[in-house]
Design a protein around this ligand. Structure first.
Ligand code: C5P
Length: 235
């Protein structure tokens, strides 16, 4: 039974109440789904990249929803109660930040910037601050403290992994969900669709910006990210 369908993933129930099956589709979208294309085989690449990223986080003590890869397109994941917030961590200025503020794309930020957004397609995921999130019951103060600490750790682990393969982690988005006992897990998508990845030598985009800004070779660049990560992991 299908539980939910997002822009690039479907989530199915399993025999276990505590686990779900996540299926990666070939859809590539931008601007809240306004721009949309099918890239044949993209779901297979995303499934593999996402598994490498989740396994790396787990190896480094970060609790995530990922359990294991089932096949080419599917992962078995822990079922969580999703928190309706998206957290964006920025190491360099790009995208929305450069449109809102007078800061040039590619500027190195002196500390990582963390943004908290209310997850709502209708409202275009507006940025909110901690007091909104707490006042509106989206997360507790304690949960936000834990998440902030975890975001710093995730940023260090992913920045270092990508650096090993010649890629700059410009920014990324992550989400969190709760288990029945309140434990927080990183969940949802983790891939070049939810990160900005620039080649360290050329500053070429290797992420969804290739699609957003019509830079071409989206699938090829995703494959290149996978090739570099796989080579590094299998070294
Ligand atoms: O658009 P913006 O500059 O805020 O995006 C920051 C980072 O978060 C980018 O890597 C983008 O791909 C990711 N993001 C996402 N899903 C959203 C919003 C942003 O994956 N709904």
């Amino acid at each position: 039974m299908k539980l939910t369908e997002g822009k690039s993933r479907q989530v199915f129930a399993t025999e276990s109440e505590d686990e779900v099956r996540v299926f990666h589709k070939d859809d590539e979208t931008a601007y809240n789904g306004i721009k949309h294309v099918i890239i044949p085989g993209k779901g297979i690449i995303i499934n593999k990249i996402s598994a490498i990223l989740y396994e790396t986080l787990e190896r480094n003590g970060i609790a995530t929803h990922y359990i294991r890869t089932i096949d080419d397109r599917q992962q078995l994941c822990r079922k969580v109660d999703p928190i309706r917030l998206e957290f964006i961590v920025r190491n360099y200025a790009a995208g929305d930040m450069t449109e809102r503020l007078d800061v040039k794309t590619g500027t190195k930020l002196s500390i990582p910037v963390v943004e908290c957004c209310y997850k709502s397609d209708e409202l275009d995921d507006p940025i909110i601050n901690r007091s909104y999130a707490i006042a509106l019951g989206m997360a507790s103060r304690e949960e936000l403290d834990l998440i902030e600490e975890e975001l710093g750790h995730i940023n260090l682990v992913l920045t270092s992994l990508f650096h090993e393969v010649g890629i700059k982690l410009v920014d990324f988005k992550v989400e969190f969900g709760r288990l029945a006992d309140g434990t927080l897990l990183v969940c949802d998508e983790l891939s070049p669709d939810s990160c900005r990845l620039w080649d360290e030598q050329t500053d070429d985009s290797m992420d969804r910006d290739r699609f957003r800004y019509d830079l071409g070779n989206v699938g090829e660049m995703y494959e290149e990210v996978l090739r570099r990560l796989s080579n590094f992991i299998n070294e």
